[in-house]
Design a protein around this ligand. Structure first.
Ligand SMILES: Cc1cc2nc3c(=O)[nH]c(=O)nc-3n(C[C@H](O)[C@H](O)[C@H](O)COP(=O)(O)O)c2cc1C
Length: 369
C-alpha cells in the first residue's frame, strides 16, 4: 500500500485559483487559532498524516523547526491494532513514540467497523492520551478501498460514516474526533458538501478536505474552489483545507481567498520541514524567513538520519533514509547525482560519504573548493 502512495508525485505542486502574490501584505489577514474541543491549535497549520513518512523521526524534525499547530501520525489500521491486542502482541509499530511525544498530537486510524474504531479510539485516549483521534476517509489505495471497504470507499456510504464517527465520538469524549476526506470517490460523484454535514452532525470536531477525488489519486491539482464551497455547508466546526500548499505565500492565499479555518501541509514539507515556520511567520504578517542555507539543510538531513536510526535501527533506518534524503535534495542544482547514489546506500559510512561528496552545495561554497 505504501508503495502505491509513494508513487504520488512529490513535485509540481500547484494550487488552483487566482495567481499567488509574492509579497504578503501585512495587517490584512487575521487568522485565529483553531479549537478542536479543548485542544488549541496555534498556528492553524497542520502537518498531514502520510503513511511511510510521518513517523516519529519526521515529526520530531518538524517540531524542532516550529510553526506547526498539530502533528499527525501515519494512518493506523484499527483492525490490526485490535488483533495485536487480542494476541497480546506489541501495539502497531506506527504508534512508536506517541506516548511520550509533545502535544498536541493526532493519531489517525482507519477501518469501516464502528465498534472496532471505538475500541481503538478508547485505547488511544486512555492509554496513549492522544490529543485528537482522526479518521481516514480519504485513502484511495486498493488495499484500503476495494479490499477493506475503508478510507475513501466510505465516501459512498454516508450512513456508515455517520455510524463510525458518532460511535467513535461517544467512545473518545472529551477527546476530539476529526475526519479527513477527499471531495468524493470520483469527479462524477463529488459529494463533499453532503459528507461535510454528515461529519458535523455525527459530532466530529473538525473536517479536513483534500481537494481531489479518490479517483484523481494525486493527479491534476487540488480544487480549492470546491474546498471553499464546503464552508457554506458547515455551521459549527472548522474546515481545514489541504492540497498543493508548497509555500508560505500559498498558505496565506488559501486563508485569504478560500476562507478556510486551517490548512494542512503534506508532501511539500517532506524535504522542507522549515516550511511550517515560514507559513506561520507569513500568517503573523511578518517577513517570510528564507530557506536555510544548503549547509544547514544538510545538517537537518543528518539530524533526521540520526532520528530515523534511533527509531528503526541502523540497517532499516539507512534504507528508509534513502527516500527522505531524496526529498531534501529535490529541486536543487546538482541533486541528480546525489539521488542516484543515495538510492543505493546501505551503511552509515556510505551514507555520510555520499552526503559529504554529493549533497548539493551553496554556489559560493562550491566556488571556493
Ligand atoms: C506518501 C503519502 C502517504 C500518505 N498517507 C496518508 C495517510 O496515512 N493518511 C491520510 O489521511 N492521508 C495520507 N496522504 C495524503 C496526504 O495527507 C495529503 O492529503 C495529500 O498528500 C495532499 O496534500 P499535499 O498536496 O500537501 O501533499 C498521503 C500522501 C502521500 C503522498
Amino acid at each position: 500500500m505504501e508503495r502505491d502512495i509513494q508513487v504520488a508525485r512529490l513535485s509540481n505542486l500547484r494550487i488552483h485559483g487566482p495567481p499567488v502574490e509574492h509579497h504578503v501584505p501585512q495587517g490584512t489577514l487575521s487568522v485565529a487559532p483553531l479549537r478542536f474541543g479543548d485542544v488549541v491549535i496555534d498556528p492553524p497549520i497542520l502537518q498531514a498524516p502520510m503513511a511511510g513518512y510521518t513517523n516519529y523521526a519526521f515529526r520530531q524534525i518538524v517540531r524542532e523547526y516550529g510553526g506547526v499547530g498539530l502533528q499527525a501520525t501515519e494512518m493506523v489500521n484499527a483492525r490490526g491494532f485490535v488483533w495485536l491486542d487480542e494476541h497480546e502482541a506489541e501495539h502497531p509499530d506506527r504508534l512508536w513514540g506517541v506516548r511520550d511525544e509533545a502535544r498536541p498530537l493526532a493519531v489517525q486510524i482507519w477501518d469501516n467497523d464502528p465498534e472496532i474504531m471505538a475500541k481503538v479510539g478508547r485505547r488511544l485516549v486512555e492509554e496513549y492520551r492522544v490529543s485528537v483521534v482522526d479518521i481516514n476517509f480519504g485513502c484511495p489505495v486498493k488495499q484500503v478501498t476495494e479490499r477493506a471497504h475503508s478510507g475513501s470507499y466510505l465516501l459512498s456510504q454516508p450512513q456508515r460514516m455517520y455510524a463510525i464517527i458518532s460511535r467513535l465520538v461517544a467512545a473518545c469524549t472529551p477527546t476530539p474526533v476529526t475526519a479527513k476526506i477527499r471531495l468524493g470517490c470520483a469527479r462524477d460523484c463529488i459529494n463533499a458538501n453532503e459528507i461535510a454535514r454528515v461529519v458535523e452532525d455525527a459530532g466530529a470536531a473538525a473536517l479536513t478536505v483534500h481537494g481531489r477525488t479518490a479517483a484523481d489519486f494525486f493527479k491534476g491539482h487540488a480544487d480549492w474552489e470546491r474546498i471553499a464551497d464546503i464552508k457554506h455547508h458547515l455551521t459549527s466546526i472548522p474546515l481545514i483545507g489541504n492540497g498543493d500548499l508548497d509555500s508560505a505565500e500559498k498558505v496565506v492565499h488559501a486563508f485569504r481567498t478560500f476562507g478556510v479555518d486551517g490548512v494542512m501541509i503534506a508532501r511539500a514539507a517532506l524535504g522542507r520541514p522549515w516550511l511550517f515556520g515560514q507559513a506561520a511567520a507569513a500568517l503573523r504578517g511578518e517577513a517570510i524567513p528564507p530557506d536555510p542555507s544548503l549547509e544547514l539543510q544538510k545538517q537537518c538531513m543528518l539530524r533526521h538520519y540520526d532520528l530515523v536510526v534511533e527509531r528503526f535501527g541502523v540497517q532499516k533506518g539507512t534504507y528508509l533514509m534513502r527516500k527522505f534524503a531524496c526529498c531534501y535534495a529535490q529541486a536543487k542544482y546538482g541533486s541528480r547525482m546525489f539521488r542516484t547514489k543515495i538510492a543505493q546506500v546501505s551503511s552509515p559510512a556510505e551514507f555520510y560519504d555520499i552526503v559529504q561528496q554529493y549533497f548539493p552545495q551553496d554556489i559560493s561554497d562550491s566556488e571556493t573548493l
